[in-house]
Design a protein around this ligand. Structure first.
Ligand SMILES: *Cc1c(COP(=O)(O)O)cnc(C)c1O
Length: 392
């Protein structure tokens, strides 16, 4: 090839960047290809000027979507029973995106008393600075919740089941109270993962998931999704998503795409193991309560049974109050197969202690331990709990 001044282009720089080879089209494989971009190339200036980042009809910039992110968005929308999905760098970023997109100074947002703790911290520390108030409601009391909705209430977050104490609310009741007052309802659907119940059939407007948990399943990445059925609501969220610049990396998307085909199988396996271990704990005299929505004695069990047939592999036990924090900590430290850590839905079973006095302001209660099931043999996990009880 000769250039304009009849000189050969440099093989080792220009030649390796603008190489003429194009692989044949029509490659077929089980896994979708992974496309990586900040820059997207336009074929001419007219194409660049005509760019449209709002519709998924083309590509403009890495932040606005690639074939790889569009593919995962479509699959998560299908999983959730929604129409449009946005991907964000973590579940917490998904919560923040919803808040920042829908709330302004003077507005009020409602949070359940058993909300994911960082979501409550976001309201207390960040939203408060921007003049956005929040109110905490008891998710098990629909009438009290409805009475808390005021003229400034724009948004209500719901969780089913709640964090740590696993209460399962009357979702239809909470949503109905919001409908009557024109309040947007956002569900943190990380626990249900799109498997345990169909969020939009419960009437929510937005379903947010930490893809970090079940959809990833690897305990090795962070991602979140925000799914809607209403086009105008989606466009509002998408505009804020673009302005905040909260995009995701193609390598992480690739891992989630690889994990999604086994999501339902993994959910069912950890559900079965969780119920088995929770039932074992119910028979132990060291604990006074097991919090797992599929157990009859657990708060909100009837609401769970109304809309769910499955449950995440996640539960908490409340020790007899005669065991102090040091004893319960010693039990957790003595676990060998259960590792100590946050998060859930990965291959390794996890345990962490909680205190209802600091968590919910409930003094005089027993200390909690939250378990999340991995993929170890459940009999090994029972044996592990049994040996660790010796350290109480
Ligand atoms: C983990 C989790 C989140 C946040 O997800 P990250 O990706 O860790 O930010 C939000 N809500 C619930 C219920 C979670 O369990």
């Amino acid at each position: 090839m000769s250039g304009p001044d009849d000189r050969d282009e440099d093989r080792l720089t220009t030649g390796l960047i603008h190489h003429p080879y194009e692989p044949p089209a029509g490659f077929g494989a089980v896994a979708p290809g992974v496309f990586k971009a900040s820059t997207v190339i336009f074929k001419d200036v007219a194409a660049l000027r005509a760019r449209n980042w709002r519709e998924k009809t083309g590509y403009t910039y890495g932040l606005h979507g690639t074939p790889t992110t569009f593919t995962l968005e479509e699959r998560i929308a299908t999983l959730e029973g929604g129409v449009q999905t946005l991907l964000v760098p973590s579940g917490l970023a998904g919560i923040a995106l919803v808040n920042l997109s829908l709330l302004k100074s003077g507005d009020e947002v409602l949070l359940p008393s058993n909300a994911y703790w960082p979501s409550a911290e976001l309201a207390r520390q960040e939203l408060a600075r921007w003049g956005i108030a929040h109110r905490v409601y008891d998710p098990m009391d629909v009438a009290a919740f409805a009475a808390q909705i005021g003229p400034r209430t724009r948004l209500a977050w719901v969780e089913a089941a709640g964090s740590i104490t696993m209460e399962f609310p009357d979702l239809a009741g909470l949503v109905g109270a919001c409908r009557a007052r024109g309040v947007t309802v956002a569900l943190d659907n990380t626990w249900g993962a799109g498997i345990a119940f169909a969020p939009f059939e419960q009437g929510v407007d937005i379903s947010m998931q930490a893809l970090t948990k079940y959809p990833s399943g690897g305990a090795d990445l962070l991602m979140g999704s925000v799914t809607t059925r209403d086009e105008a609501l989606h466009q509002q969220l998408k505009a804020t998503h673009m302005r905040l610049g909260v995009g995701v990396g193609a390598n992480d998307v690739e891992f989630v795409l690889r994990s999604l085909p086994t999501l339902a199988l993994r959910y069912a396996a950890q559900d079965a193991a969780g119920r088995h271990l929770a039932a074992w704990w119910q028979g132990r005299r060291e604990v006074v309560q097991v919090f797992h929505p599929a157990l009859e004695a657990s708060p909100g069990h009837a609401h769970w049974a109304d809309c769910c047939s499955a449950a995440a592999g996640l539960f908490s036990v409340e020790f007899d109050p005669r065991y102090g924090q040091a004893q319960v900590d010693a039990f957790v430290d003595a676990l060998r197969r259960f590792r100590i850590g946050h998060s859930w839905a990965g291959p390794v079973s996890l345990a962490a202690p909680y205190d209802l006095a600091t968590l919910r302001g409930q003094a005089g209660r027993g200390k909690l331990v939250r378990f999340s099931l991995g993929f170890e043999n459940v009999d090994d996990l029972i044996a592990d709990c049994e040996q660790a009880l010796g350290a109480l």
